[in-house]
Design a protein around this ligand. Sequence first.
Ligand SMILES: Nc1ncnc2c1ncn2[C@@H]1O[C@H](COP(=O)(O)OP(=O)(O)O)[C@@H](O)[C@H]1O
Ligand SMILES: O=P(O)(O)OC[C@H](O)CO
Length: 497
Amino acid sequence: MPLGSSKYVAAFDLGTTSARVIIFDEYGSPQAACQRPLTQIFPKEGWVEQDPMEMFRQQLACFKGALSDLNILPSDISAIGITNQRETTVVWEKATGRPIYPAIVWQDHRTTEQCEALGAHSLMIRERTGLKLDPYFSATKIRWILDHVSGARAKAQAGELLFGTVDSWLIWNLTGGRRHMTDITNASRTLLANIRTGRWDEELLGMFGVPVSMLPEITPSCGALAESDPEVLGACIPISGTAGDQQSAAIGQACFRPGMTKNTYGTGGFLLMNTGKTAPLSDHLLSTVGWEVGGDRSYALEGSVFIAGAVVQWLKDGLGLFRTSAEIETLASQVQDNGEVYLVPAFVGLGAPYWDPFARGMIIGITRGTSRAHIARAALESIAFQCNEVLQVMAADTGAPVEELRVDGGAAENDLLMQFQADLANVPVVRPVVTETTALGAAYLAGLGIGLWEDFSEIESLWRRERIFEPKMSQDRREYLTKQWHRAVARTRGWEQ
Ligand SMILES: Nc1ncnc2c1ncn2[C@@H]1O[C@H](COP(=O)(O)OP(=O)(O)O)[C@@H](O)[C@H]1O
Ligand SMILES: O=P(O)(O)OC[C@H](O)CO
């Protein structure tokens, strides 16, 4: 180890529902963690916003909390890795660092019509960016801010405004406004970067009306990327790794070989399959940069399910069915099956493989015998049904059936859900010892960036399995459930239109 006595790496994880800092040791074991909630604001139907200042404040508070948990100083941290909810868009003033509008969150689809208007270019956009022309991504969100905040476009054209996804925003603030950067994995989610060249694409910038002066520098995922301002963090610490949270989770899951697949069950559900050096184009899935490390760029096929754990949150906070997310398992276990109830959580439209911003949520099959437990079970099952559809498309697109699904994220703690996922997909579901793989991936990148770990094979040797869920369901039952799910989904399509 080339380091002195301090071998701690801090991962800053700015997710959708919370900010987190986890401090890992040189074996990739978490030593301290601190998590703080983030407020989600729903100002109008289909709009989702967050306060960028709250994001940063909570992230700093987490850093302090994790340090004091371990009773160490900022100077004891060797490196910081950043990981974040992707696509979420922040625009701020270069001179003051003040955001000119709340962060428009990835789930927000106020720009649906804007996307429709550009429909004629969707194939060209897909070939360059690997993405769908969907309000999910950053480009139309930036444009919306420039078009709706008074004076914003003129200021942007004068070079006075900066855009960043949440990683850029965090790094800008951590470095005291000295560094405006984003790594290639985050850039690949904006609809503005060409995933083959790894650069901003001028034609796309013109099409979306985004001045190039607003954009951050695109960097690899690890190396000497930036340094924290001692006035902000209490020490000058290298920021040596950064990646969007889903790519980071794939690294934390050690999905380093083509074909390896992970699913993160957070607010949304995100399946990523490593496709190596090729970025395949799919009609239903996204092609995205997995990471760029040591000059090598690796790609992934991604299926993004917009609502996964968030359906549990809705039952908890919206309907008050239970008090903690974990309680859904107890409630859902009170019944043997879904009692023929299906819940399609198309609250913000449907992501992969449908990409239907007009679909809306639905519960169907309710009778006088339907109980709270059936609704809870249908909600949990909906997470697995959606992820299973992505998995089936992935296997069909690549011609390579998934051998095992590595899982992580908040809802992966739910054994009932994991068993149902294995049953439905007919694939072993494997849960690692460290389920905070998103933070772990960022820590790995940061550690690689300062030479704490040498390469991916060293990291692979640190990955440990906690439990495997083997499929047990009969093929008949699997086919029946899938058929019923499809019937339910069909009824939600295009509702808003
Ligand atoms: N035991 C559980 N069963 C089902 N869902 C859960 C459980 N624990 C947490 N969740 C859900 O997982 C999500 C939080 O996961 P997390 O990975 O922290 O999300 P994010 O990174 O998107 O903020 C929440 O939506 C929560 O409702
Ligand atoms: O906050 P998460 O973990 O649900 O992740 C959000 C994704 O990055 C959105 O693409």
